[in-house]
Design a protein around this ligand. Structure first.
Ligand code: ATP
Length: 237
């Protein structure tokens, strides 16, 4: 099984340590939500998992040690990161962006099949193939960013605030598609999300991160039922 196992994770920027020993496991094929206030270190956690910030401790995927490897090596080993703000190449077309996602792959026939698969999840992208990514709506850009990540055939998809700046209807559609991808491809998903309702709606497990430490872990139902979480993140009680 390709479980993602994180233990004693310490990371930060220069002298500023942001993560202070984070430990959790995401079982293969599960959706894991990371909740927490602004500045808690959620983005830094995803960056550490994808090798974008240096980390100490251990990160393993299916027993393979990812700790300290550069981002392209981590990507090759199956971890695709969709950063906050999406990271699409605005002047390039939709198709060029998607093909860039397959940069580590040489199997051209399989890449063509994967493009078709991505159009079934995101039909709108197929109608925009020759358009510059910069001309897409916010929701379409997020779809493109996820589509591009899927071109890696990842075992793990890291999603940072996918709902940022999107209308509620678009966000719901996006989460529905993420859930379909998870169900159909058994892709493990780690999602950082301000909209706790949505994230808990698709997650099996969730963790609350505060000042660089996990302060609460449980099933999505347990986390939803927690008084403190309800007050801080779900807007009731
Ligand atoms: P948000 O929801 O606001 O994005 P977050 O939980 O994702 O918050 P991070 O973005 O990981 O939190 O930030 C954690 C801490 O690290 C903050 O104090 C932030 O100021 C700091 N930080 C983030 N990025 C950098 C950087 N590139 N250089 C220096 N410090 C940074």
């Amino acid at each position: 099984m390709s479980d993602l196992v994180v233990d004693g994770l310490v990371a930060g920027y220069g002298d500023a340590q942001v993560l202070h020993g984070v430990r959790f496991t995401v079982r293969q094929g599960e959706v894991c939500a990371i909740l927490g206030p602004n500045g808690a270190g959620k983005t830094t956690l995803l960056r550490a998992l994808s090798g974008m910030v240096k980390a100490r401790g251990t990160i393993t995927l299916g027993g393979t040690d990812l700790t300290g490897r550069p981002p392209d090596a981590v990507a090759r080993l199956g971890v695709a990161h969709v950063p906050e703000g999406r990271g699409t190449f605005m002047p390039l077309t939709v198709e060029e962006n998607l093909r860039l996602g397959a940069f580590v792959r040489r199997d051209r026939a399989a890449v063509a099949r994967d493009l078709d698969r991505i159009y079934t999840y995101f039909p709108v992208l197929k109608t925009r193939l020759k358009q510059a990514a910069g001309s897409l709506s916010g929701g379409e850009q997020q779809m493109l960013a996820i589509g591009r990540a899927l071109m890696l055939r990842p075992k793990v998809l890291l999603l940072d605030e996918p709902s940022l700046g999107l209308a509620p209807l678009v966000t719901r559609e996006l989460f529905r598609i993420v859930q379909a991808i998870n169900a159909e491809e058994q892709t493990t998903v780690v999602v950082v999300e301000q909209n706790a309702h949505l994230a808990l709606g698709i997650a099996q497990q969730a963790h609350v991160l505060e000042t660089g430490r996990i302060v609460l872990s449980g099933t999505a139902a347990e986390i939803r039922a927690d008084e403190q979480v309800a007050q801080s993140y779900l807007g009731y009680r």
